[in-house]
Design a protein around this ligand. Structure first.
Ligand SMILES: [Zn+2]
Length: 77
């Protein structure tokens, strides 16, 4: 099992789509999922791509919010 995509050699990311399912490896460049045996299961759907973008945006917002909190806390002390 390689951490790198056999098609484009990019680093793959482990993803678990739902509880109880096996971990799959997503290549963000090729937009496909491979299993632990390096077998390409399927391509990422448009819906999943959008969901991913949404999650990244959400994560950014949380990070920014936490940064603000830290600044405020400093002011209190
Ligand atoms: Zn790839």
């Amino acid at each position: 099992m390689s951490l790198f995509c056999k098609q484009c050699q990019s680093r793959r990311l482990p993803v678990i789509l739902s509880a109880g399912e096996k971990t799959m490896w997503l290549c963000e460049k090729c937009k496909n999922f491979a299993d632990i045996d390096d077998f390409i299961i399927r391509e990422q759907t448009e819906e999943e791509i959008q969901e991913n973008i949404r999650k990244i945006e959400e994560f950014k917002n949380v990070t920014i919010a936490q940064g603000e909190k830290l600044v405020r806390r400093k002011g209190v002390n």
